[in-house]
Design a protein around this ligand. Sequence first.
Ligand code: ADP
Ligand code: SF4
Ligand code: MG
Length: 307
Amino acid sequence: MLSLKGLRVRYETPRGPFEAVRGVDLEIEAGAFFGLVGESGCGKSSLGRAALRLEPIAGGQIIAFGEDITHAPPRRLRAFRQRAAMIFQDPYASFNPRRTILDAVMEPLRLHRPGPAAAQRDAARALLARVGLSPELEARRPHALSGGQLQRAAIARALALEPALIVADEAVSALDVSVQAEIVQLLKALRAERGLTYLFIAHNLHLVAQICDRVGVMYAGALVEVAAPEEIFTRPRHPYTRALIDAAPSAHRRAQPVTPPRLVDLGPASSGCAFAPRCPQAHAACLRDAPALAARGGGLVACYTPL
Ligand SMILES: Nc1ncnc2c1ncn2[C@@H]1O[C@H](COP(=O)(O)OP(=O)(O)O)[C@@H](O)[C@H]1O
Ligand code: SF4
Ligand SMILES: [Mg+2]
């Protein structure tokens, strides 16, 4: 469904080029609910957006639906983006404040599926109903909806062109826990109904573990571990995954600081393993070359001495 090979994303900044994604290999199978976690700034959004060719690609390959789209020209890209949609954290920022909800959900149809307006309106209404929004909300403007309602509308809009792949970037992170759970249930039901595949980005490891069938852990622009959620929790193999789990709030424990006190953050190492400055297990070999992802148990881990 989606295959990233050595993907690199580089931004030009006033202080020079900055590589936010540093050679990521990732395979997401059709029908998967793939969760991507890691602390803020590690490159999750850059990776998710780059997978849809929304960021500058500095190297590697993106293969989606069996097609290499790394350098696809605008025409092919337009076709690709009808099969792959994105949902963002802040729906208020992604809706035009002056347009009604119905209008917003009709817009992709107007742009990409020319046809009678009445049919487009019916299709948009059916989508709004499917995501659980009652008909009286369709004439409202975005700011007259709650965050949860508007995120439902964003999902309806993302579904308008019947995509097969959805990148959800912190799509529930700003919502209350109970609303989060409802939206997650909706995403799961839609996957079964419509055969969707998700790349679900979140910083809450527990949430991701509950809903995803595979989890990728990202650190400093690279994937450091990929495994099933139960593996990640019961047997984290990368020291960073271990630190994330120790730091994450759970049902029984309050949140700990993201960086446990014994780990000192010295920033990414210039060569070798990027986690070395914070790693309690670092040894000389870790500083020479960066470890590559390698098979371990049922997953993948990038560490010379996995746990
Ligand atoms: N357009 C951009 N220009 C320059 N730097 C960027 C840009 N977008 C993101 N970055 C930087 O890239 C790094 C990764 O950002 P991001 O992908 O948003 O991380 P995450 O989603 O994991 O929080 C951060 O250091 C961020 O400041
Ligand atoms: S390679 Fe070395 S520094 Fe990096 S995570 Fe593994 S033990 Fe720690
Ligand atoms: Mg982000």
